[in-house]
Design a protein around this ligand. Structure first.
Ligand code: ADP
Ligand code: MP5
Length: 268
């Protein structure tokens, strides 16, 4: 069985972060493992508190996994602070980790700083260059490049600018634009678009976490970058189409639809 590691924050409400990642891994038939970087007190209405995990225990979690288990892909999500970022970069380099999917989580949908603003430069300097693929949304792409992003053409320009910072592939996600939900991939040679219709729902908690974990799962399973993104886009579209009205706010994506549909025991 392929083994995929998520290095990310815990979302107590189960819709984003580590919890979304592990659900996505299971739905892809890969074995999920986790290194927790921060614990958030969060629900569908917002993030109410965060406790960062110390860099030593983050380093130890990574070490014991890599010393024991062959890791086929790594997804990085919420990394919170400078020490955390530097530790993760050092450890992943030490173990020559492959198939690194970096979701540069910065601000939650409810407006909470999940990455401390002063840590942005460390993320750009130390994590971008080791990423097989980075998956910023429009706001994150703007924060990384300083560019205004209002349409697909701007997304393409931003993808090319981020590529120059060192990752092997860049996927700028278009979930926050108003037209169709189109994501733009640049692999250093060509641009590709992954388009779906815009689904009219408020329940998009965890969409970025789900997409990046699906890409990591597909890379672990041996798909090319193009195929991994194409399949992940199909997965997230179904997960948003069947998203769940759980809680009073922004509900989560639905991992069970794909899973149980495959097994023929759908129980909605
Ligand atoms: N309303 C929507 N309908 C269809 N796809 C969407 C919608 N919102 C987001 N997506 C897709 O979900 C994925 C995550 O995108 P986005 O919401 O931009 O990221 P983030 O969760 O990091 O803010 C992308 O593939 C995007 O195109
Ligand atoms: C612990 C944690 N990590 C990431 C996100 C971003 O979630 P989204 O995928 O909705 O942008 C979150 N809200 N909480």
């Amino acid at each position: 069985m392929k083994k995929v590691l998520t290095i990310a924050g815990s979302d107590s409400s189960g819709g984003a972060g580590i919890q979304a990642d592990l659900k996505t891994f299971s739905a892809h038939g890969v074995f999920g493992m986790s290194v927790i970087t921060a614990v958030t007190a969060q629900n569908t209405q917002g993030v109410f508190a965060v406790q960062d995990i110390s860099k030593d225990i983050i380093a130890k979690q990574i070490e014991v996994i890599f010393e024991d288990i062959d890791v086929d892909a790594v997804k990085i999500g919420m990394v919170s602070q400078i020490d955390t970022i530097n530790t993760i970069a050092e450890e992943l380099k030490k173990y020559n980790a492959k198939n690194i999917v970096l979701d540069p989580v910065m601000i939650s949908k409810s407006g909470f700083d999940l990455l401390r603003p002063e840590a942005k430069d460390a993320l750009i300097k130390n994590l971008l260059p080791i990423a097989t693929i980075i998956t910023p949304n429009i706001h994150e792409a703007r924060a990384i490049t300083g560019m205004e992003i209002k349409n697909i053409n701007d997304m393409e320009m931003a993808a090319k600018a981020i590529f120059e910072m060192g990752p092997k592939n860049v996927l700028v996600k278009g979930g926050h634009l108003e037209e169709d939900a189109t994501d733009v991939l640049f692999d250093g040679y060509e641009i590709n678009h992954f388009k779906s219709h815009r689904i009219n729902t408020k329940n998009t908690h965890g969409t970025g976490c789900t997409l990046s974990s699906a890409i990591a799962s597909n890379l672990a399973l041996g798909y090319s970058i193009f195929e991994a993104v194409e399949r992940a886009k199909e997965y997230i579209t179904v997960a948003i189409e069947h998203s769940l009205s759980i809680g009073k706010g922004v509900g989560p994506t639905n991992h069970f639809y794909t899973l149980y549909k495959k097994a023929g025991v759908l129980n909605e």
